[in-house]
Design a protein around this ligand. Structure first.
Ligand SMILES: Nc1nc2c(c(=O)[nH]1)N[C@H]1C(S)=C(S)[C@@H](COP(=O)(O)OP(=O)(O)OC[C@H]3O[C@@H](n4cnc5c(N)ncnc54)[C@H](O)[C@@H]3O)O[C@H]1N2
Ligand code: MOO
Length: 633
């Protein structure tokens, strides 16, 4: 097969136009039971088949009377009525017999004998009677054409004696997940296997946008198999989505198949993530090849399929809600591609700020965490901190004032904090930037607080010296989060190949480091110096990972042999742990946030007994000073 590595690079709007202009968007109509029609769009006006009520109905429990017979009744001159001739007992909803024209509520009736009553107030004609057609008149318009049915609508239509209505057909989207590496969720994984979930995300998005998503079985990267499935899909469905195989790999067949069966209109859009998207048509059915990376798949589906689904469903495309916010950080992006940066909105420094989240196309968590998308123009190389930006909302129910952003060193106990804060309605976002990165973020006002474990090698004291140096004019205080064990982590089978830091220089184990500015790196350098080892003697010193967990994972899967990290991370990956030091991890909080309710709730959480118990269950942690303000010794 010929390998097509030349992708277009056209603007998102041009790609949308090119695709939509070449599609024949035809809405189809179907008759359905109104009881199942919530959210559907009417394709014809709905008129009432009957009047409701269709008889004069009593609106109250009481007696039916002839209004004229009651004229002049008063307290002094009550009027006496005889059952059968002058009145009849009646309950709410019952038909009023022809000879009567008013209902008196039972509370206003004095029963003087078994078949005789007295009334002290006269009745006006038609009082307390729901006359024929009060709710609906036969032939009356109940709902206009192109109306989206609500729960209330269903009630009125049924009351009008209508059970079947004509609505626009809900477009059916077939999603074909391709990839030999993919396995169904719930399967135990072999190396190289990936859980297939894009199709489930896309099916659910399709439902959210007025369509119906159906997924096929996973199809291996095989030209013929995929082609057969696509051929069948275009014959039956309204829209076909092929996930993955969009790019330039040896087994990327999407564009080729669309080209062989129909026409590729666009392959390659100047956007990121999602660049290699394929837009085409096969026998009048729109076909899209979304890139396999989950964020790219969801994002291209949103940009290209969402408007189409609404149109096919006969609905208006709802406008995307936008807000403005200042970028909380500088973001460098590639010229020539519009980058959709996932952001969290927060109230910081008294204004709405957009905090950029993880940017890789495989990081689904960035979409889970995001409140919106901040598009950085393809004509710019990024945005500066503080730049006023438009943010397209993904989560309209966001609460920027309840979002607390922490930057700095990564620690497993922060997950406990996050979970507990969520119960207090605070959304806690942690950015793993390393201990020094946290202090820098505070200096730049990019976060509400920082987390650090920075050892001052001269005094043996933690954090104070660094805070004084990096935040000289900032009034901050330090609150201890935990004390924790740091140690060398290595696979169990290598346990006897190393006893202490000093052995690193002589062993042939491949080391993996933490990034510059990480407190763990400062500790490691200090320990090397203490042991009289030159970093260059360490095989792998320059290779880095950014969190304890990714470092432990790298060792567990054989990418490296040994590294420094916390006990909990070693245990999570069943690694051997050789303790090296106990260190102090503090939160650095600007004094100006002392009364901020988010910070107060954070302190409440870490000072709670429950938090300490959860931390201690992780092993390798001590909570003797957790929650205490740490003074400079
Ligand atoms: N040499 C080049 N390589 C790549 C380019 C390029 O221009 N030149 N583009 C990169 C970009 S950008 C993207 S996006 C991806 C697009 O890749 P494909 O659409 O071909 O998809 P795969 O490579 O098969 O998968 C990517 C990734 O996503 C995972 N995946 C795939 N399907 C699913 C699914 N249904 N559920 C969950 N995860 C899925 C897959 O396992 C891979 O990890 O190409 C770059 N490469
Ligand atoms: O642009 Mo690719 O679409 O994810 O990174």
């Amino acid at each position: 097969m010929e390998r097509n590595i030349y992708l277009d690079n056209i603007a998102v709007e041009d790609a949308q136009d090119k695709w939509y202009d070449n599609l024949e968007i035809e809405t189809a109509v179907e008759t359905i039971d109104v009881r199942e029609a919530r959210g559907r769009i009417t394709a014809q006006a709905i008129r009432s088949n009957l009047s409701a009520p269709h008889y004069h109905a009593s609106a109250m429990d009481g007696i039916a009377v002839v209004a004229a017979d009651t004229a002049g009744a008063s307290e002094k001159n009550p009027i006496s009525l005889e059952q059968g001739t002058d009145y009849q007992m009646i309950d709410t909803g019952e038909a009023v017999p022809d000879k009567f024209n008013a209902v008196i509520m039972i509370e206003d009736v004095n029963q003087v004998a078994e078949d005789r009553v007295e009334i002290e107030v006269g009745a006006t004609p038609w009082q307390n009677i729901r006359t024929v057609g009060e709710s609906l008149v036969q032939g009356e318009l109940i709902l206009p054409t192109n109306h989206k049915l609500t729960a209330h609508d269903i009630g009125l239509v049924l009351e009008g004696g209508v059970t079947e209505i004509e609505v626009y057909h809900r477009p059916v989207v077939e999603i074909i997940p391709t990839g030999t590496e993919l396995v169904e969720p719930g399967t135990s994984l072999e190396p190289g296997e990936i859980i297939e979930y894009n199709s489930h995300v896309l099916c659910n998005l399709a439902e959210q946008w007025g369509g119906r998503g159906v997924k096929t079985e996973i199809i291996a990267d095989d030209y013929e198999l995929i082609k057969t499935q696509v051929e069948q899909a275009v014959a039956e469905k309204d829209l076909v989505v092929i996930t993955a195989g969009s790019s330039a790999g040896r087994e990327d067949y999407t564009a080729q198949i669309v080209d062989d069966l129909g026409e590729v209109l666009v392959h390659g859009v100047s956007m990121k993530p999602g660049g290699p998207v394929v837009l085409g048509t096969i026998r009048n059915t729109p076909v899209i090849g979304v890139p396999g990376y989950p964020v790219a798949a969801a994002l291209t589906f949103r940009l290209f399929v969402r408007p189409l689904l609404y149109q096919l469903a006969g609905d208006e495309v709802p406008e995307v809600k936008k807000v403005t916010a200042k970028s909380a950080a500088k973001v460098v992006s590639k010229l020539g591609a519009r980058e959709y940066v996932r952001v969290k909105l927060t109230q910081l420094e008294g204004e709405q700020r957009a905090v950029p989240l993880a940017r890789a196309s495989g990081q689904m968590g960035s979409l889970v965490e995001a409140d919106g998308l901040m598009a950085i123009s393809e004509f710019s190389e990024g945005v500066t901190r503080g730049a006023e930006m438009e943010v397209e909302l993904l989560n309209e129910g966001m609460h920027p004032a309840d979002t607390l952003v922490m930057s700095g060193s990564n620690d497993l106990t922060l997950d406990i904090v996050k979970n507990e804060l969520a119960q207090k309605k605070v959304d806690f976002i942690t950015k793993s930037t390393g201990s020094l990165g946290g202090l820098t973020a505070l200096k730049r006002k990019e976060a509400h607080l920082a987390g650090a474990h920075l050892l001052d090698t001269e005094t043996g004291e933690y954090n104070h010296a660094y805070v004084e140096k990096h935040l000289p004019n900032r009034d901050t205080y330090l609150v201890n989060l935990v004390y924790r064990q740091q140690g060398l982590m290595l696979r169990k089978e290598d346990a006897d190949r190393l006893q202490k830091i000093k052995d690193l220089a002589t062993s042939d184990l491949l080391f993996i480091n933490r990034q510059r500015g990480a407190g763990t790196r400062v500790l490691f350098d200090y320990k090397l110096e203490e042991a009289g080892i030159n970093p260059q003697e360490i095989n792998g010193y320059d290779r880095v990972e950014y969190t304890h967990m990714t470092l432990a994972a790298a060792i567990a899967n054989g990418g490296a042999d040994v590294g420094l990290g916390v006990l909990a991370a070693a245990q999570a990956f069943d690694l051997e742990f050789i303790p090296v030091a106990e260190e102090r991890y503090d939160l650095i909080i600007p004094k100006k946030y002392e009364n901020d309710k988010r910070i107060q709730k954070l302190l409440e959480v870490i000072r709670s007994q429950q938090f300490k118990e959860e931390v201690l269950s992780l092993s390798g942690y001590r909570t003797a000073k957790t929650g205490q303000v740490m003074e400079n010794d």
